[in-house]
Design a protein around this ligand. Structure first.
Ligand code: SF4
Length: 234
């Protein structure tokens, strides 16, 4: 039987840069971008990470971990596409990355349309995963075209160390994001992020302040300020 470290995953890229968003923005971070996604959001900025594009390469879980160890960063972002859509392979990858000694924070960018229960169970049963694994859930709103695919049971599984990101394309999305926050008990840190092309950040700030919501954090993608918005691998 093949050991989990020999399982192969379709990949897009592994590289280091500074984290571009979320509560860890600005820290040197290793990005592990796994190929393929189960959604097709209208405003997606990583369309190269799913079909009809092809994986850039395949890598074993052992090889991925080795490359992450070589970079030696404390922060690791597991992203895609949707990095949790590969079942047991995704679970084994999360477990392996969480056990890399230099890694203190493994944040997983997931899209809300994959049940996170198995990964939560790992966090409950594995000491390293409990300390390091954080979900950054990108909860889809009507402007994405994928709001119907959200699994509401995922929201209750998020904890205080997790982040719940809403990418806001227009004022309808802003209202929808507020409705999600009002309609559920959510422990995670809510982040509101503007769609670069359709929601000027200043307008989003206006809406946020006018709403009186004190718990929400504005989330700007600093890599789009540092580099060209369409630059890859940065
Ligand atoms: S979930 Fe993420 S990667 Fe998938 S289509 Fe939406 S924005 Fe793109």
């Amino acid at each position: 039987m093949t050991a989990a470290r020999d399982w192969r995953l379709p990949m897009v890229e592994i590289f280091q840069t500074v984290e571009g968003e979320g509560t860890k923005a600005g820290y040197p971070t290793t990005f592990v971008r796994v190929f393929n996604c189960n959604l097709r959001c209208t405003w997606c900025d990583t369309t190269y990470s799913y079909a009809p594009h092809q994986p850039a390469f395949y890598a074993t879980i052992g090889d991925i971990a080795e490359q992450v160890e070589q970079y030696g960063n404390r922060y690791v972002c597991l992203t895609g596409g949707e990095p949790l859509m590969h079942g047991d392979k995704s679970l084994a990858l999360v477990e392996r990355l969480a056990h890399i000694p230099c890694v203190t924070d493994l944040h997983i960018e997931t899209n809300g349309a994959v049940p996170i229960d198995p990964f939560v169970r790992l966090r409950e049963t594995d000491e390293e995963a409990a300390r390091k694994v954080r979900f950054v859930m990108d909860w889809k709103l009507p402007g994405s075209g994928e709001a119907e695919r959200m699994i509401s049971g995922n929201l209750a599984l998020l904890e205080a160390q997790d982040e719940l990101k809403f990418v806001i394309a227009d004022e309808g999305d802003f209202t929808a994001a507020c409705a999600v926050l009002d309609g559920h008990q959510i422990a995670a840190q809510p982040l509101f992020s503007p769609v670069w092309e359709t929601m000027p950040p200043a307008r989003l700030v206006e809406l946020l302040l006018a709403s009186g919501r004190k718990e929400v954090k504005l989330n700007l993608q600093i890599h789009k300020v540092i580099w060209h918005p369409e630059a890859r691998g940065v």
